[in-house]
Design a protein around this ligand. Structure first.
Ligand SMILES: [Cu+2]
Length: 461
């Protein structure tokens, strides 16, 4: 595992700009940096997250925001399969909060990944998250999941990375390559406070809380980039000038083979892990393209997220493995079918309301009941004029069709886009005993989730 440079960490934590000229003679550049990591030891990761309003720096602006441990980017938690996370959540906000470990195949019960828990202001909650010994390695994340409050708290900055180690362990050709975590967040500021504008309007894009940081690579050098969309509502379409991405995992699920691509589409909550290989010497921009989420949705412009500076002595490129590890095709194992419909309406006061199967979220209602062992094909239909983004807790799933077009099985998802007025088919394995209990599925645009687009599911033995 490669560690971030101490100077870069300090810069990232403080959000400083370090004044120095780059290759193009620009007057200032911000070195790439990452939030600090906390790794498990002897199978245990003890950590405290304290949620409070704190002063943070974004680029050259200072603002007060609701964050964990006083930082816009809280620590990255690193565990191995079989480990236990003992997390104390201290709520120093003036409103309730709670915690979800997005994508982890862990228990939804008790004080594990239980989003039905509420931590009132001034109180604490101890969580114990047991990572199964056969848990897939990759990038996951944590964030609040209190209904009606998730959007606001994540928009403020309450989200961080959680890595299950071991993604590259089976591939000697990739041993020792440098690893970077790139956490994508956006923030709307006004007069030192978080502004409440429409999605994507006048928002500052950040990578690890930094505005346009510079990554330095050698020609031919191969790195692992773990890219997480840990903001509340934005879609990303990433391109890196003069480079291709070599995808190896999505949503913490390793691919069966490396998939090269020019563009990475990452819906809210999604993660993609890629190999990047330093190209020609010079400056290359990591961009996200303009996005239009539909006639009833949001439009936001393209933006530069980071600068990649390729310089120094060339390195002989590593030979990338042609295959990774097999991914099980679930299509012949389906035991039941179900349909889930996303739709929208208007409240008497003119506000919008979001539905799953015609209903808004009610934590006291069980919407879907499943027996452990079932493998279900779900058709997710979008009966609205904007994109939604389906996510289910405690498991990954296979995407089999988008608008009737069969999809290749590269690897599983835990968060997937649903086209406007379209539908997708996914296969969800309800087979891991650890998922027994009550949990949720929802749209991962958190503003939609908070306005009702969430439902409950109970898996029983
Ligand atoms: Cu939605």
């Amino acid at each position: 595992m490669a560690l971030a440079q101490p100077a870069a960490v300090a810069a990232a934590l403080a959000g400083w700009c370090v004044g120095q000229a780059d290759a193009l003679g620009r007057s200032a550049m911000t070195p790439f940096g990452e939030p600090p990591s906390i790794s498990s030891r002897s199978g245990l990761l003890p950590v405290t997250l304290s949620a409070a309003r704190s002063s943070i720096r974004i680029g050259d602006q200072v603002a007060v925001a609701e964050v964990y441990n006083g930082a816009y980017l809280p620590p990255t938690l690193r565990v191995r399969p079989g480990d236990v996370i003992r997390l104390r959540l201290v709520n120093r906000l003036d409103e309730p909060t709670n915690l979800h470990t997005h994508g982890l195949h862990v228990s939804p019960a008790g004080n594990a990944d239980n989003v039905f828990l509420t931590v009132p202001p001034g109180q604490s909650q101890d969580f114990e998250i047991r990572i199964p010994a056969n848990h897939p390695p990759g990038l996951f994340w944590y964030h609040p999941h209190a209904h009606h409050l998730s959007n606001e708290q994540v928009r403020n900055g309450m989200s961080g990375a959680l890595i299950v180690e071991g993604l590259l362990d089976s591939f000697p050709a990739l041993r020792g390559i440098r690893e970077r975590v790139l956490l994508l967040k956006d923030i709307q500021l006004e007069k030192g406070q978080i502004a409440n504008r429409s999605i994507g309007v006048g928002t500052i894009r950040t990578v690890n809380g930094l505005v346009d940081p510079t990554v330095v690579l050698r020609p031919g050098e191969t790195e692992l980039w773990r890219i997480g969309n840990v903001g509340a509502n934005l879609y990303y379409r990433l391109r890196l000038d003069g480079h291709r991405f070599f995808q190896i995992a999505r949503d913490g699920n390793r691919f069966a083979r490396i998939v090269p691509t020019d563009e990475l589409f990452i819906p809210p909550g999604g993660r993609i892990e890629v190999l990047v290989r330093g190209g020609e010497r010079g400056v290359h921009l990591l961009r996200t393209l303009a996005m239009n989420t539909g006639p009833a949705g949001n439009q936001y412009p393209a933006a530069v997220l980071a600068t990649v500076q390729v310089e120094g002595t060339a390195v002989t490129p590593r030979t990338l493995p042609t295959t990774l590890l097999p991914v099980q095709d679930l299509r012949r194992r389906v035991t039941a079918h179900r349909t889930v419909v996303f739709s929208e309406g208007e409240l008497p006061d003119g506000g919008d309301v979001f539905f799953i199967d015609g209903k808004t979220f009610d934590p006291n209602r069980i919407d879907t009941r499943v027996r452990l062992g079932a493998v279900e094909e779900w058709t997710i239909r979008n009966d609205s004029d904007e994109l939604h983004d389906f996510h289910i807790h405690q498991t990954g799933f296979q995407l089999v069709e988008v608008n009737g077009v069969p999809q290749p099985l590269d690897g599983y998802y835990d968060t997937v886009n649903v086209p406007v007025r379209g539908e997708i088919k996914i296969i969800i394995p309800f087979t891991a005993p650890v998922m027994v209990g009550k949990f949720v599925y929802h749209c991962h645009l958190l503003s939609h989730e908070d306005k009702g687009m969430m439902a409950t599911i109970e898996v029983t033995r």
